[in-house]
Ligand binder design. Structure first.
Ligand code: HEC
Length: 122
């Protein structure tokens, strides 16, 4: 009796572990260290801190108010399923998306270019 229940609980632990691994996948590649950012990437980080950090983690893929943005450009697709490229990311920043506000009226093209440069380092 004891051996059977032990076996069953061991099996369910294994199943749990497999489910956990497949849900999380391998960890994303690391971001570029802050000490190696170019002046433009630093300027973009300042924009991120001012406009984006209240809703997005830069160093984590875990959701905050919006999805975590670590490895944004290293993944093939954005959280919405759209391709991860400058056109799409710019569009979301300029026009907003669902609960995300639009920044088209408050951000100039230099700030947007700097921000995209920073997002590519994540
Ligand atoms: C008020 C909170 C909020 C702020 C501020 C905000 N976002 Fe978002 N963001 C969201 C939410 C919520 C989503 C998910 C939208 C959806 O797909 O429904 C999102 C989605 C995104 C996405 C994924 C789009 C996709 O197609 O999957 C990107 C990239 C993004 N935000 C970047 C930014 C950047 C860069 C900034 C700063 C300029 C910013 N966000 C500011 C809340 C915010």
């Amino acid at each position: 009796m004891r051996r059977v229940s032990y076996g069953a609980s061991k099996l369910s632990l294994l199943a749990l572990g497999a489910a956990f691994l497949s849900a999380c996948g391998p960890p994303p590649p690391p971001s570029k260290p802050l000490s190696e950012l170019t002046p433009q990437e630093h300027a973009g980080r300042a924009v991120f801190i001012a406009d984006c950090a209240r809703c997005h983690h830069a160093n984590d893929q875990k959701a905050y108010r919006g999805p975590g943005l670590q490895a944004l450009y290293k993944e093939k697709y954005l959280p919405s399923g759209a391709p991860a490229n400058d056109d799409r990311v710019s569009y979301v920043i300029i026009h907003g998306r669902n609960m995300m506000p639009a920044f088209g009226d408050t951000m100039d093209s230099q700030q947007l270019a700097d921000l995209l440069a920073y997002l590519r380092t994540l």
